[in-house]
Write a protein that binds this ligand. Structure first.
Ligand code: SAH
Length: 358
């Protein structure tokens, strides 16, 4: 249970059944949880807004608990495609990023799971500066709540692809998934939720046991250990063989189709030989491969290939029967890829020492 400095309970950090228990312990009826959970999910910032709750109960709740709030520190809307990027300020003044994208099937939000990241992927802006802290379950949910409140439209899909490694904040992410799926809350179906991991193998095994029909996507970015070791330190901890075994176990256990992300970095992982290796690697999964032309990060000297290079790689994969797409770039006018805004706001400098051991 998340408790703040005043020893108050973070209500959005409680799962629904824990909220019921908390209210029952206060001498309330179980159904109160429904009302309060609904208010919390609508983005109220004080108990006084809970108009169908008695003043007496509101006061007692305020003595024992608190409602977490995210403030919009900065907001950018793309003129091209309506992609909206939020820099949210947490109560401790740390900042995180969330991006809302408009697709034909509705709004999708890309949310953060940590402040910073300790995974150290060489091409990723979120990891520069290392990990500050993990987000609470409530803070992860708050991104959906406050973005939806600001947009005034329902968000129907979630991708955990913002700042941080979700499987490095396992318990809070699971709690968040339960809460955001709850029918009395945001009621977002598990099939509309995607979790992306850089390959934290024990987390993949654990997630397989949770029995949540979410989509798992694995950030591969390399077709072999040699290249992966160079660009993703997590690979030195869990090699390709272990990662592929975990993916296979996940697939067997959940019967869910996996997908893989592959950022194309020119001259590093985008040769035809690399495409052939990648095809071999992913073929047994009949998985979808999402090719992402790498976004250059100013501190790093990785760059994307030309449109032609990217197409040649895609063609080489698809000709071998691999289901691959090239990710469409949204919000290109607002630096919509994650990690950049927070880094600027916090004045984080590049420091290799910030990347702690995984
Ligand atoms: N930690 C998780 C989720 C966050 S990153 C993970 O690694 O999957 C979401 C995706 O964006 C990952 O596939 C990540 O590798 C990719 N990514 C990060 N920086 C990028 C960049 N500069 N260009 C392209 N993709 C990038």
């Amino acid at each position: 249970m998340m408790i703040n400095l005043e020893n108050k309970i973070d209500l959005k950090g409680l799962e629904y059944s824990e909220l019921e228990d908390f209210l029952i312990s206060m001498g309330e009826k179980r159904f109160r949880a429904q009302q309060i959970f609904k208010w919390l999910n609508s983005g109220v910032t004080s108990f006084d807004e809970m108009t169908d709750i008695s003043k007496q109960l509101r006061e007692r709740l305020a003595e024992l608990s608190y409602i977490s709030v995210l403030e919009i520190e900065e907001k950018y809307v793309s003129k091209f495609d309506g992609t909206t990027k939020y820099l949210f300020k947490l109560p401790d003044a740390n900042c995180i990023e969330s991006v809302v994208m408009r697709y034909h099937h509705g709004l999708t939000i890309c949310i953060s799971s940590q402040v910073g990241c300790r995974m150290g992927c060489r091409f990723c802006a979120s990891t520069i500066g290392g990990l500050y802290r993990s987000l609470t379950a409530g803070e992860i949910l708050d991104q959906v709540i406050f973005a939806e409140k600001d947009m005034g439209e329902r968000i129907s899909n979630i991708v955990l692809m913002g700042i941080g490694e979700p499987l490095d904040n396992y318990d809070n992410v699971i709690k968040f998934l339960h809460n955001v799926n709850h029918e009395k809350g945001k009621n977002i179906g598990y099939r509309h939720i995607t979790l992306s991991t850089c390959g934290v193998v024990p987390g993949i095994y654990a997630l397989a046991e949770e029995d949540l029909p979410i989509t798992l996507t694995v950030s591969l970015h390399a077709p072999n250990d040699t290249i992966r070791n160079e660009i993703m330190p997590v690979s030195r901890r869990y090699n390709m063989d272990e990662l592929m075994r975990a993916c296979a176990a996940y697939h067997d256990r959940t019967k869910r189709r996996l997908s893989f992300e592959y950022s194309l970095i020119h001259g590093v992982n985008d040769s035809l030989k690399n495409a052939d290796e990648l095809a071999e690697l992913v073929r047994p999964f009949r998985a979808h491969v999402n090719l992402i032309p790498v976004n250059s990060v100013e501190e790093r000297n990785f760059r994307k290939g030309s449109k032609k290079d990217i197409n040649i790689f895609w063609e080489r994969l698809t000709k071998q029967g691999i289901n691959a797409t090239i990710r469409r770039e949204l919000g290109s006018d607002i630096a919509a890829s994650c990690g950049q805004l927070r880094k600027r706001a916090a004045g984080i400098a590049d420091d290799e020492n910030n990347q702690k051991n995984i």
